[in-house]
Design a protein around this ligand. Structure first.
Ligand code: B12
Length: 370
């Protein structure tokens, strides 16, 4: 039976698994060397990566965004080339998605999804296979960030704590440390992992050190005067990247908001119930993987349906939005900020622009100004 897909009905994990399973089987038959190279080099096996790719493709289809899949493919091509896979093998691999979609998806949806693959293929041949280096924070943080990153790469937690503690003992500049030291160091860990310069274990270790450092900041966040506003921040039920939202809630806390950070992988029903009980001034949702965007969109729609939350601004942020801010409107959020430093201002603007009785359908969604 051919699957009917439309942008209103979420693509289930079963549909993704069906298409991905088929693509993977075809890949094994067509070019087993591709599978061997990938599995021998990259940290997640190819069949898991094919699920990821299928999720990104169908997320692009559901949201009506060509850009999402093209950008994902340019990321994937870095990984694939790192695994020794040639350009023609990559293009053949993409062709397998076309065959599989034709077998499983009704013709009209299939044609639209194939347009995304066309756009992605074009991006493959024009994108230089390099990733943007994030290790260039502005002065005066450059040295500090380099020292901190070196400590992370050595797995030296004592040195990492020492670098941060000694800076903070002389400068009351917690915001600068978050924005210009810890964040770029984390992004750089991601870049080094992506190009195969460090292993997943080294990336995990560095991340664990940064997590332990920010846990020690809690007592510095809580002493500001309260402003009588509240913020609930969460990540969706399959989103494990919660570091960004931890930073964001820290900045709200420093500005005197009462914050509730729900952590990674918050189940949707629990999130909605929590929001209905708490009725915060602003809700923030973080998303790092493009394939989670359709779930983010339907979660925002469900928040809007709750009478208690009808006028509550929902702001979003994370890796895919930084790559393509037009996704903010596509998921139905009120606004977005590129980093924690801008998030509070973004929430305040969203609150200030609330008409007394607002119509969601006519409201314009836009990123906050820098
Ligand atoms: C650490 C990390 C992990 C950790 C997460 C630990 C944690 N507790 O957060 C672990 C190991 C779990 C992980 C897993 C995976 N990861 Co990862 N991960 C990263 C990494 C290296 C750093 C993330 C981080 O710490 N950022 C630091 C914070 C402070 O920065 P930030 O997230 O950008 O957040 C800021 C802004 O974006 C914004 N913001 C964020 N959220 C919000 C929300 C609101 C409301 C607002 C206003 C603003 C805002 O403000 C934040 C603070 O300034 C990134 C690299 C990167 N460039 O992001 C990859 C990255 C996001 N991961 C990636 C991948 C592929 C994965 C995996 C699929 C790997 C795998 N094969 O298993 C899994 C998926 C897990 C899942 N289901 O979610 C890719 C995604 C690429 C893509 N095109 O999709 C990245 C980009 C790495 C890379 N360069 O290849 N990962």
């Amino acid at each position: 039976m051919l699957l009917e897909m439309c942008s209103d009905i979420p693509v289930t994990s079963e549909i993704i698994a069906t298409i991905a399973g088929d693509v993977y089987r075809r890949q094994l038959i067509h070019d087993p060397e591709f599978v061997r190279s990938f599995d021998g080099t990259w940290d997640s096996p190819l069949h898991q990566q094919v699920v990821h790719t299928t999720g990104q493709l169908l997320a692009g289809f559901q949201l009506g965004s060509n850009e999402l899949f093209s950008r994902y493919l340019s990321w994937f091509s870095v990984i694939a080339r790192g695994a020794g896979i040639q350009g023609h093998q990559l293009r053949d691999h993409l062709r397998l998605y076309r065959f599989s979609l034709r077998d499983h998806v009704a013709p009209e949806s299939c044609t639209r999804i194939e347009h995304l693959i066309d756009a992605g293929e074009a991006a493959l041949s024009t994108t230089p296979h390099a990733v943007r280096c994030c290790s260039t924070p502005k002065q005066p943080y450059t040295d500090l960030c380099q020292m901190y990153l070196a400590a992370l790469l050595d797995g030296d937690k004592h040195m990492a704590h020492e670098v941060i503690d000694s800076y903070l003992s002389e400068h009351a500049d917690l915001r600068g440390v978050y924005t210009h030291v810890l964040q770029p160091a984390q992004h750089e860990l991601g870049r080094l992992w992506e190009i195969g310069k460090i292993s997943p274990a080294e990336e995990h270790l560095g991340t664990a050190i940064t997590q332990s450092i920010i846990s020690g900041f809690d007592h510095r966040l809580f002493r500001n005067k309260r402003v009588g506003k509240s913020f609930v921040g969460g990540c969706l039920d399959s989103e494990r990247h919660d570091m960004g939202m931890r930073f964001v809630t820290a900045f709200f806390e420093m500005d005197g908001w009462d914050t509730y950070f729900l952590g990674a992988t918050t189940p949707r029903s629990g999130l909605i119930e929590f929001l209905r009980n708490k009725q915060p001034s602003v809700v923030g949702l973080s998303c790092s993987l493009g394939l989670h965007l359709p779930a983010l969109k339907s979660t925002i729609a469900e928040i809007r349906e709750q009478p208690e939350l009808r006028t509550t601004p929902v702001i979003v942020g994370g890796y895919p939005f930084n790559a393509d801010p037009s996704l903010v409107g596509l998921v139905g959020a009120d606004s977005y900020a590129a980093d924690a430093d801008r998030a509070v201002r973004c929430a305040e603007l969203a609150l200030a622009s609330l008409p007394s009785s607002r119509s969601r359908s006519t409201k314009s969604e836009s990123p906050c100004p820098a």
